[in-house]
Design a protein around this ligand. Structure first.
Ligand code: MG
Length: 462
């Protein structure tokens, strides 16, 4: 009898009954999608029924920020949970990585994929990377088991020619952009046929989800759509799909893509979390080929709200999130700590994190731990939000031809609850708020350590 009890105890310890399978995570990350571009965020013409349904069944986040207002630093923030100033992935001289860049995300950084691999996850990256195109920087060197996508922006490697993005999009001519399509580290197509790229990313994503549902390990899928970044392309099936022109067609194809991913997730009863957002605001220079920031000021490249607040939807299956609209703050910086927490892991204590664990907001058991957001422009802090107040120490209008940043002392101060369009400066009335924000900024600056800049390194010969 004693032996039997001992045996049962050993078995219980080896196979505890409560050891539920860890949840899966899917991140769908668009490129240059504006705050006002989805119908669930108020767009009056573009139709996004799949995302609207997810928002209705899950959570719509209205105060969700990215780590920077341009591609590379924003992506570095999401993938590491740390502001790009900590990894050398932002610069005052070169805003993003280019095909002549020799830098990329340092191996010393811990990506979401690497953090989850430690917890036994299978991982895949599909879509645009833009954290270094050399082999040592590609997803397969940063914790992803597989990669299918383009290593930098879809408008790079432009072949000499005078045709504008508008003309090329109208002709569906993708050959002017010699962008490679990679599988893991090998180029499999060049130029990448961008007309079918959203569909092919979707097929890859769905294939991965279905394969992993049959396997034993939980999974993390990072699906980074290369659109609606210009030049705009969409599959034949979406030509004229939207009443909102080619930009609407592109968004509606992305919404279709979301519906396919969700259908695949629904095929299994393993708990799966999905986050949909974008890397930065709309590229307003491109007129009808750029999106809309809705009620927010400015767009891509600026530290006004339109550059860094993104339309964000979170959803889970089969156990739903606490349904509703979340007005509290969140950020792509928070995804790594949140996923690690939901996977039952711990963050390493050898580095500073700028992200917070949002899991209590997801299940409704608590409020968001994020009360502050730093708005970096390159390597400098241009603005800081704390609570409902946002102070701008410097501003740069991205779309008015203003060459130099404007300094503000005292900073401009806006109440984002009363004035989401950042129009009415309240600095004179709230010196206490400015003092508090300055103290938070100083404390943050003290936590920074000098690192090698990755965006300013160029390949020999360039
Ligand atoms: Mg972008």
């Amino acid at each position: 009898m004693h032996r039997l009890v001992t045996l049962l105890a050993v078995l219980f310890l080896a196979f505890p009954a409560h050891a539920a399978k860890k949840p899966n995570f899917v991140v769908i990350f668009c490129d240059d999608l504006g705050y006002g571009d989805l119908s669930c965020f108020g767009h009056p013409a573009i139709k996004t029924p799949a995302l609207d349904q997810l928002a209705a069944d899950g959570q719509k986040w209205t105060n969700f920020y990215v780590a920077a207002s341009v591609c590379t630093p924003s992506r570095a923030g999401l993938i590491t949970g740390r502001l790009p100033i900590r990894s050398g992935m932002c610069s005052d001289r070169r805003a993003v990585l280019f095909p002549d860049s020799a830098g990329g995300l340092p191996a010393s950084e811990l990506t979401i994929a690497e953090a989850l691999k430690k917890e036994g996850y299978a991982t895949a990256a599909v879509g645009k990377w833009h954290l270094g195109h050399l082999p040592q920087f590609l997803p397969t060197s940063h914790g992803f088991d597989s990669y299918f996508g383009i290593p930098y922006s879809n408008d790079m490697d432009k072949v000499r020619g005078t045709a504008s993005h508008f003309e090329l999009a109208a002709k569906a001519d993708f050959t002017a952009y010699n962008v490679p399509l990679l599988r893991d580290t090998a180029v499999i197509e060049r130029p990448a046929d961008q007309r079918t790229i959203t569909r092919r990313y979707t097929e890859e994503a769905v294939k991965f989800i279905k394969a992993k549902q049959k396997g034993g390990a939980p999974y993390f899928l990072y699906l980074a759509q290369s659109l609606p970044h210009i030049p705009l392309f969409r599959d034949k099936a979406f030509h004229g799909h939207s009443t909102s022109g080619i930009y609407g067609d592109v968004i509606e194809e992305i919404d279709w893509s979301v519906s396919q991913v969700v259908a695949a997730i629904r095929e299994s009863d393993d708990q799966t979390y999905l986050v949909f957002t974008s890397d930065n605001g709309p590229w307003l220079t491109f007129k009808t080929h750029g999106g809309s920031a809705g009620p927010l000021r400015e767009g891509k490249g600026s530290t006004w709200e339109g550059g860094m607040r993104e339309p964000t939807v979170m959803w889970a299956h089969p156990k739903p999130l606490k349904k509703g609209i979340v007005h509290e703050m969140g950020s792509t910086l928070d995804l790594l700590p949140t996923f690690v927490s939901l996977a039952g892991g711990k963050l390493p204590d050898d580095r500073e994190y700028d992200g917070y664990d949002l899991s209590k907001v997801l299940d409704g058991s608590g409020s968001s731990p994020r009360h502050t957001m730093f708005f970096y422009h390159g390597e400098q802090i241009f603005a800081v939000r704390h609570g409902q107040f946002k102070a701008h120490f410097q501003t740069k209008e991205r779309y008015t031809g203003q060459k130099k940043a404007r300094q503000h002392d005292p900073p401009l101060l806006y109440h984002l609850g009363h004035d989401v369009g950042e129009k009415f400066d309240l600095a004179k009335a709230h010196p206490d708020v400015i003092a508090k924000i300055k103290a938070l900024t100083e404390a943050h600056k003290k936590s920074l350590k000098p690192v090698e800049n990755q965006l300013e390194k160029r390949a020999v010969g360039n």
